[in-house]
Design a protein around this ligand. Structure first.
Ligand code: NDP
Length: 351
């Protein structure tokens, strides 16, 4: 039998946490044969609720769940964890903007990063969910120098899944037949859901979304705004923000990262920019990535060039996917927002 994997969920008594922990304990994140020890952290005010979650987990009698650590002590919570899903954070209440939650989340992410940096298992993988997710990831990286940046990511998979679903609904095809949408940039209203490289499997082979959806106006307008504003729609009807779909997306993110993305399929993940696609290095920016052997890499494609002189030498170079002007503008706008958030976050560190 496999050795158990220790998975930490911060903010575990919150609504995403409540949806997420049973999914992890059921094997949805790491597979049906992977035993789990769940570490759950929350703040003092949520200690009683956290106790309740622990009792329910025990009562659910999950065969894969080999142990539960439920605590308000960050050091105890972080001990030897292999995967950390950071959901805990100050929520954006009515009338608040992301700029208002940043000063509250900077110290939280600083504390959690230090605790994980010192106490997590080697090669611990981190997924930041709490908003502003990309910028919380920047703070996390700053204060966990022992955790390599390739092990720190943030969640844009819910946006990615929403984009896949919008295309599937529009074309009346099954979700499994749609792939390779991209969510670029920030997990915020400036994100750029891009269907220009998306493909659909049909009985007559693979077709591009642009070929099947003749209404390009829809692709460049309603498609984008529907995905961007989906969170607000849920909030309006449910009177609560999305939780089950966010938890499910967190499972998809970790599963694809550790187990690998299917062949010729990429997913969107917020990762440390290396300057690919002209995005400023050092930002956590959502890119199309493929994963193999527990590592992500930003999608690059081979382009071949042939020299004209004898002897003919074939040269190849790695470049990104083709980006048109429409996409470029949107990708840059969301990068600018991230740069602003990052410098604002640093101003709270220095205080
Ligand atoms: P949720 O579980 O609903 O959300 C948690 C975080 O995830 C929020 O920051 C939320 O952002 C974010 N998020 C990211 N992506 C999504 C998405 N696609 N849909 C919805 N949310 C998303 O919040 P709760 O308030 O129920 O739970 C938060 C938990 O954190 C509580 O248990 C609380 O006790 C704990 N907490 C911990 C703190 C600490 O560690 N010091 C401080 C404050 C709270 P958004 O708000 O923008 O929706």
């Amino acid at each position: 039998a496999k050795a158990p994997v220790r998975v930490l969920v911060t903010g575990a008594a919150g609504q995403i946490g409540y949806a997420l922990v049973p999914m992890i304990a059921r094997g949805i994140m790491l597979g049906p044969d992977q035993p789990i020890i769940l570490h759950m952290l929350d703040i003092e005010q949520a200690a009683e609720a956290l106790k309740g979650v622990k009792i329910e987990l025990i009562d659910a009698a999950f065969p894969l769940l080999k142990g539960i650590v439920a605590t308000t002590d960050a050091v105890e919570a972080c001990k030897s964890v292999n995967i950390a899903v950071m959901v805990g954070g100050f929520p954006c209440k009515e009338g608040m903007t992301r700029k208002d939650v940043l000063p509250k989340n900077v110290p939280i992410y600083r504390a959690h990063a230090s605790a994980l940096g010192e106490h997590a298992a080697p090669n611990c993988r981190v997924l930041v969910v709490a908003n502003p997710a990309n910028t919380n990831a920047v703070i996390f990286k700053e204060f966990a120098p022992s955790i390599p940046e390739k092990n720190i990511t943030c969640l844009t998979r819910l946006d990615h899944n929403r984009a896949l679903s919008q295309i599937a609904v529009r074309l009346n095809v099954h979700i499994n037949d749609v792939k390779n949408v991209i969510v670029w940039g920030n997990h915020s209203s400036t994100q750029y859901p891009d269907a220009s490289h998306a493909t659909i499997t049909t009985t007559s082979g693979e077709k591009s979304a642009g070929e099947l959806i003749a209404d390009h106006h829809w692709l460049q307008n309603e498609f984008i705004t529907t995905v961007q504003q989906r969170g607000d729609v849920i909030l309006k009807v449910r009177k609560l923000s999305s939780a089950l779909s966010a938890a499910s997306a967190a499972c998809d993110h970790i599963r694809d990262w550790l187990i690998g993305t299917p062949k010729r399929t990429w997913v969107s993940m917020g990762v440390f920019s290396d300057g690919s696609y002209g995005i400023q290095p050092g930002l956590f920016y959502s890119f199309p990535v493929t994963c193999q052997n527990g590592n992500w890499s930003i999608v690059q494609v081979f382009r071949y060039f042939y020299s004209l002189t004898w002897p003919i030498i074939m040269l190849s170079t790695m470049t990104g996917l083709k980006i048109d002007e429409f996409s470029r503008t949107k990708m840059d706008a969301t990068a600018i927002e991230l740069m602003e958030e990052k410098s604002l976050a640093y101003s709270f560190i220095d205080q």
